[in-house]
Design a protein around this ligand. Structure first.
Ligand code: MLT
Length: 357
């Protein structure tokens, strides 16, 4: 595998994981290492030829069992920028409708020679199960309401770029926390890097038990506005709820929607984020989503660099592990341990034809 990102020097530290399944299991140093690696890769997007040979000859497969716009395109483009071949699997056009399981599908695709699976699934834990059944790397692109690690990494990257740090910042995550994998991954990442996190929304969407994750729980958006450095506005995950968990969308917007009036009560440089897709006029108004405090499109750009870094790091770790396993299978070289032993090695018999008299 050729070289590391960009030209700006290698990030300090190490990465040894073959899979990226969630931020819960990562240390603060590992998270920083991905962010630093992504910083190197972000430079590639500014070149006229936006492609490097880093993953040439490797194959990445997008295994998406749920719909996606940003995440799937971003992983595809990231793999292509690293010169990998990319295969796209979608549930609708596959043998899933004929009863094939995720594991069988993945193993069959793997038999074609695959290096990394990028998996999105409605079942929490699906990428974790898959990672124990295949030799290829597995990257979690969103599993149920559990984790969406690359979204949180790109959110952290964006905050660090905009505000210069994460440590000591106060970040409010507002909305449907209960059903959000983005919220969970953000909570792990932000708290590990030293941010103060407040989750905000109606009690039905922000249960008190979230405090067990080391965050503050608040049911009054207006109360936190003047104090926060970052507002991450989340969508109501209607596809993961039966009935609405509050009286009406209008009431939700009145109490928890971010509009110009609320923004005016925040610190001047407050950073407004949203993972997309936006429900304009519900959790955020167009004037705020498209306004000067919004970094929503910066998040999308950061996603590309973060996903390039992720693919590079997991494939590199896999190949290093494979090389180490192969080296362990080689017979050990014969070692000459002492001068006496060396003396006891017989000299080759001289060739009578060529030997000098
Ligand atoms: C997700 O896949 O969770 C998205 O990035 C956020 C959303 O769907 O609201």
């Amino acid at each position: 595998m050729s070289g590391a990102p960009g030209e700006g020097g290698r990030p300090q530290g190490a990465w040894t994981r073959r899979h990226l399944l969630g931020l819960r299991e990562l240390s603060a140093d590992e998270i920083r290492f991905v962010l630093d690696t992504a910083k190197g890769f972000s430079e590639i997007s500014t070149r006229s030829i936006r492609k490097v040979p880093t993953l040439r000859g490797r194959v990445a497969v997008n295994l998406f069992y749920e719909s996606s716009t940003r995440t799937r395109l971003s992983f595809s483009l990231a793999a292509q920028r690293l010169s990998a071949d990319v295969l796209d699997f979608t549930k609708e056009s596959s043998s899933t409708s004929k009863g094939e399981t995720l594991i069988d599908t993945a193993r069959n695709i793997e038999a074609m020679g695959v290096d990394v699976f990028v998996v999105r699934h409605s079942a929490s834990g699906a990428p974790h199960v898959l990672s124990s059944k295949v030799q290829a790397c597995v990257v979690n692109a969103g599993d149920g309401a559990h984790e969406h690690p690359t979204q949180a990494l790109l959110d952290l990257f964006t905050i660090r770029e905009k505000l210069g740090r994460i440590d000591g910042l106060h970040v409010a995550i507002v909305g449907d926390i209960a059903h959000s994998r983005v919220a969970r991954s953000n909570i792990w990442g932000l708290t590990k890097l030293g941010a103060r996190v407040t989750v905000v929304g109606p009690p039905t969407l922000v249960p008190a038990r979230f405090a067990e994750l080391g965050v503050e729980v608040c049911h009054d958006l207006d109360k936190v506005l003047p104090d926060v450095d970052v507002l991450n506005m989340l969508r109501i995950q209607r596809e993961r709820q039966g009935n609405l968990s509050f009286p009406s969308l209008e009431e939700y917007t009145r109490l928890f929607g971010l509009d110009g009036r609320r923004l005016a009560r925040c610190k001047k440089g407050v950073v407004v984020m949203h993972p997309g897709p936006l429900n304009r006029g519900v959790e955020i108004t167009p004037e705020v989503a498209d306004g000067p405090n919004s970094v929503i499109l910066d998040q999308v750009s950061a996603g590309l660099a973060v996903r390039m870094a992720t693919l590079f790091l997991v494939v590199q770790a896999k190949e290093q592990q494979q090389a180490a396993a192969l080296a362990a299978l080689q017979p050990p070289p014969i070692e000459v341990t002492s001068p006496d032993a060396a003396a006891s090695v017989p000299s080759p018999t001289p060739d009578p034809e060529t030997a000098s008299p």
